[in-house]
Design a binder for this molecule. Structure first.
Ligand code: CA
Length: 414
């Protein structure tokens, strides 16, 4: 969460466990092998760090306890350096992030935590279904927290590779979390980049937004669901979330409408959009629930959305419009028990993406054909993509490693 690095060099890396582990960014990445790291250099770097101003809140005892026998973890560096391999279409991204399983799990979670969620919504203004949507996309409702030691990953990234100054701040914050006793040391695990807990906060975000909702004196966003969800609500409130406003809604564009200049950021009044001929997706007039909205068109010819400030708050969680749309869509499905997956306007493709259940089916078919892809876990990683390329070549298709409905049908069919 809260951690997508962006630079003019098109360097964008997501820190959340789910988004990185499942390659669920809108980009898939090629990866290099881990480098050899110099132990003496690591030790001398750590010594220097502790004397630096960023670590002034960390006592000598704390620093020694967590770093004295620490070795660097070279495997985090290729993850920092990976280069985009191909751009994942928005319909693939949404198919796996918002599928029937996640909707069912989310509705169960929404029902289970309803009293606490309502209280959080009252305190922060952030709607209960939005909080649950973030939880589902960030960690699959707490099922996918990430298993890497934050101290080890962040110490390594503080001493090797690019963005060391950024990671030094995160490393110091991680040590402070331990020093203050919010999270047990063995529980402070997460993604390679240091995102942790039920809603994948970076350590610095923890100190800006984490909340002790259950009142035990600790802000435990790993083991306390109420603490984690209240912290997420607080984060969104800090990001400018407005009470009572929807994130936005799907709209129908008038015939011939030019979406070339569409932008989430170019906000206009709802009246201006009405004058331009936009209606709700079903044809009803636009509601007055958003004072101003921007037009989001993730894929030309596909569904279009008017989005407000609350969509921007979701965007700030991971700096991706597709990511924010996944949360928005999942949230709507939490609040509307009879709503169905997908949008009124279909995506402009004849080969939509696969759900996690379908990914597992595809992997079982690949395993049956002798591809060494490990287990059928529903996550399309490098091995599965390589196996897909082999099958695509055999079929005489473009070998791009993409998992889609057409490939699933082809493998079932022969
Ligand atoms: Ca607590």
């Amino acid at each position: 969460m809260t951690c997508a690095f962006q630079s003019p060099l098109l360097f964008r890396v997501y820190c959340s466990t789910l988004l990185t582990a499942l390659t669920l960014t809108d980009t898939a990445y090629a990866q290099e092998p881990p480098p050899a790291l110099d132990a003496a250099q690591f030790r001398s770097c750590l010594n220097g760090l502790h004397r630096s101003s960023s670590f002034k809140a960390i006592t000598a005892d704390t620093f020694a306890r967590y770093t004295d026998t620490l070795a660097p973890d070279a495997t985090v560096l290729p993850l920092l350096n990976r280069q985009p391999e191909f751009t994942m279409p928005v319909w693939d991204y949404l198919a796996v992030l918002v599928d029937d399983e996640r909707v069912a799990d989310g509705r169960a979670a929404y029902a289970r935590w309803q009293p606490q969620l309502q209280q959080m919504a009252q305190q922060t203004g952030v709607a209960a279904n939005i909080i649950v949507g973030v939880w589902g996309v960030e960690s699959n409702f707490g099922q996918n927290l990430g298993g890497r030691s934050l101290v080890q990953s962040l110490a390594t990234l503080s001493c090797f590779g690019r963005r060391q100054s950024y990671f030094r701040g995160e490393f110091a914050a991680a040590l402070r979390i331990l020093q203050e006793g919010h999270i047990a040391p063995e529980k402070l695990t997460g993604s390679w980049a240091g995102a942790f807990g039920q809603t994948q906060f970076m350590p610095s975000t923890f100190f800006r937004s984490a909340v002790d909702f259950d009142g035990d004196g600790r802000r435990d966003i790993v083991d306390s669901v109420p603490d984690a969800l209240a912290s997420t609500a607080k984060f969104l409130q800090n990001a400018g979330y407005r009470r009572g406003e929807p994130w936005g809604f799907e709209v129908r564009l008038p015939p011939g409408f030019d979406t070339g200049g569409a932008s989430r950021k170019a906000k206009k009044s709802i009246n201006a959009w009405r004058r331009a001929g936009l209606t709700l997706a079903g044809g009803n007039p636009l509601p007055d629930s958003l004072p101003k909205a921007g037009l989001l068109v993730p894929a030309r010819g596909g569904p279009a959305f008017l989005v407000g400030r609350n969509f921007d708050a979701l965007y700030s969680y991971n700096a991706s419009e597709n990511y924010a749309l996944a949360i928005a869509h999942l949230s709507d499905l939490m609040a509307q028990p009879n709503a169905r997956l997908g949008f009124a306007t279909p995506w402009p493709t004849d080969d939509v993406g696969l759900s996690r259940a379908q990914n597992r089916e595809l992997q079982i078919l690949l395993l049956a054909r002798g591809h060494d892809i490990g287990s059928a876990d529903g996550m399309i990683g490098a091995k599965t993509r390589e196996a897909i390329k082999v099958e695509q070549q055999r079929l005489g298709w473009k070998a791009d490693g993409r998992a889609g409905q057409k490939l699933l049908r082809a493998l079932y069919g022969d």
